[in-house]
Design a protein around this ligand. Structure first.
Ligand SMILES: Cc1cc2nc3c(=O)[nH]c(=O)nc-3n(C[C@H](O)[C@H](O)[C@H](O)COP(=O)(O)OP(=O)(O)OC[C@H]3O[C@@H](n4cnc5c(N)ncnc54)[C@H](O)[C@@H]3O)c2cc1C
Ligand code: SF4
Length: 325
């Protein structure tokens, strides 16, 4: 599969990257950010939403630092796993992503900004042409969504990143930077329920780093992932859970690979604690989490099975946290 032509830019600082993006926008030129390239470049080879310019974040030193409370966007998954500063839950989750070779290039920022996936979309150009395209990459034809037809507005492609629910369980925030300056928000507010828009990033803006509260180091956590092949597949469902031992109000449960966005199940957890006199009935809470997700038919495994497995994964993740009292 040949790479389509594009101009690759190598800014050396955050300011240079933002200025370059602003310049391209003013000239009306399309561009993508690239970090490790393990997601965006395969998509380019399949001629999926390619752009004439690609801006690499790899040469920005500020984006490549790691501490227990701050992780730069270009820190690789391998570096995250190897670092003594990393929270054990992030090490566990990152170790379950793709393969050891891919993890050497794949980055934390690229994982959080991962394109949503769908089996009508992550296909070669010829394959997509043979079904007359789909709404997310319609090649100017106005093609409909193949998963939920007759609506032509919404894309329900699935977000299949593994790190997001784990960062959510650790109460992470993200720092975004762009032509309008810098802003910080909880990771739970970063994603947008539309498989095309994906997140709140505005044109020219990128995710600079992830921040964790100091208190995250007191949390213990567990991540459970369902995938077809253990060797390298994307999650078909994923559930992360964490708490500060002894503090039941700190319990957080989050899921991924079930909808267009990863989700923190704070409503289900607080309703459960309230109804159960501040104790956890693992089976009942797992059922509540299962009830709250609505996978659609666009990944390798059937939605009904993925939904059933959410209960199992949640039970396993909660049980791994120890005595929840
Ligand atoms: C065979 C295979 C298996 C995989 N398995 C998994 C898996 O099990 N779990 C999983 O989560 N992922 C998996 N992936 C996807 C991917 O490798 C990882 O998600 C990786 O972390 C993406 O990071 P990257 O730096 O390579 O992203 P890139 O490809 O560089 O970028 C990904 C997307 O994010 C955007 N982007 C990158 N960095 C930023 C930033 N800082 N700010 C704003 N936008 C940005 C890019 O424009 C692009 O749209 C797999 C990939 C392959 C090829
Ligand atoms: S969910 Fe619909 S619009 Fe989105 S990629 Fe799949 S078929 Fe295309």
């Amino acid at each position: 599969m040949l790479m389509p032509p594009f101009e690759l830019h190598h800014p050396k600082s955050v300011d240079e990257a933002v200025a370059l993006a602003a310049q391209l926008m003013e000239a009306g030129e399309g561009f993508d950010w690239v970090a490790g390239g393990t997601d965006v470049l395969p998509n380019y080879k399949w001629r999926i939403n390619t752009k004439p310019h690609v801006i690499s974040l790899a040469g920005i030193p500020e984006a490549n630092s790691i501490s227990s409370t701050s992780i730069g966007c270009t820190v690789t998954l391998d570096a995250l796993i190897q670092s003594d500063e990393s929270h054990p839950l992030l090490v566990e989750a990152a170790s379950k992503i793709a393969s050891s070779l891919i993890r050497k290039s794949a980055t934390v920022g690229g994982n959080l900004c991962l394109d949503t996936r769908c089996f009508w979309y992550n296909q070669s150009e010829d394959w997509r042409r043979s079904i007359d395209w789909c709404h997310k990459a319609d090649c100017g034809t106005g093609a409909d969504c193949r998963v939920i037809p007759n609506q032509n507005t919404l894309c329900v492609a699935t977000y299949q990143g593994d790190l997001a629910p784990n960062f959510m369980a650790l109460e992470a925030s993200v720092v975004l930077v762009g032509p309008a300056g810098e802003r910080t928000m909880p990771l739970t507010e970063f994603f947008e329920l539309d498989g095309m828009k994906k997140n709140v990033l505005t044109p020219g803006e990128f995710l600079l780093r992830v921040e964790l509260p100091e208190a995250a180091s007191a949390r213990v956590g567990a991540y459970q992932k369902l995938r077809v092949r253990e060797s390298w597949d994307f999650p078909e469902a994923g559930v992360a859970a964490s708490w500060v031992p002894g503090d039941i109000d700190s319990l957080r449960v989050a899921s991924t690979a079930l909808e267009s966005i990863p989700k923190l199940h704070d409503a289900e957890v607080s309703a459960h604690l309230k109804a159960n006199d501040r104790t956890v009935d693992v089976k009942a809470l797992a059922q509540a989490v299962q009830k709250s997700v609505k996978p659609v038919n666009n990944t390798a495994l059937p939605p009904a099975y993925r939904r059933k497995m959410v209960r199992v994964l949640t039970k396993r993740a909660l049980t791994a946290l120890g005595d929840l009292r």
